[in-house]
Design a binder for this molecule. Structure first.
Ligand code: FES
Length: 119
C-alpha cells in the first residue's frame, strides 16, 4: 500500500475474469464510473469520461501506454496522466492492484484532483 493511502481508498472494480483479454473496461467503483486500462506495464484506472467533453473513454484506443479519446483525439500517457499531442489537460490516473481475483483501484487518486471537466 502506498504510504499516503488507507484501506478505504482501495475499492473493488471488477472480477479479474471480466477484464481478461480486454484493453478497456468500464466499471463502477467507489461510487463513480471508472475505466480500467491495460498498458504495457500493467493495469491502471482513470475516469470513464473524457476531461475535455462528455465522451466515454471506453470508445478510445490504447496504443502501448497512450490512450486516445475517439472524439477529438486528445491523448494521454497512462503512466503519468500527462497530456500528449493535442490534449490540453491531464487525465487522472490511479493505481490498480490484483487482489484475490479482483481488480482493486485506489479511487482516492481519482477524486483528489476534483472534477477537471471543461466545456
Ligand atoms: S471529448 Fe475527448 S478529446 Fe474531446
Amino acid at each position: 500500500m502506498e504510504p499516503d493511502s488507507t484501506q478505504e481508498d482501495w475499492q473493488v472494480a471488477c472480477d479479474a475474469d471480466e477484464f481478461e483479454g480486454e484493453e478497456l473496461l468500464e466499471c463502477h467503483s467507489g461510487g463513480q464510473q471508472i475505466l480500467l486500462v491495460r498498458t504495457e506495464v500493467g493495469v491502471v484506472a482513470c475516469p470513464a469520461i473524457c476531461p475535455h467533453m462528455e465522451e466515454r473513454l471506453a470508445h478510445g484506443i490504447v496504443d502501448g501506454n497512450v490512450l486516445t479519446c475517439s472524439k477529438h483525439l486528445w491523448q494521454w500517457n497512462l503512466l503519468s496522466g500527462e497530456p500528449v499531442g493535442l490534449a490540453e489537460m491531464p487525465l487522472q490516473v490511479a493505481p490498480v492492484r490484483l487482489e484475490a481475483g479482483k481488480y482493486v483501484v485506489n479511487v482516492q487518486k481519482l477524486k483528489r484532483f476534483g472534477d477537471s471537466s471543461c466545456s
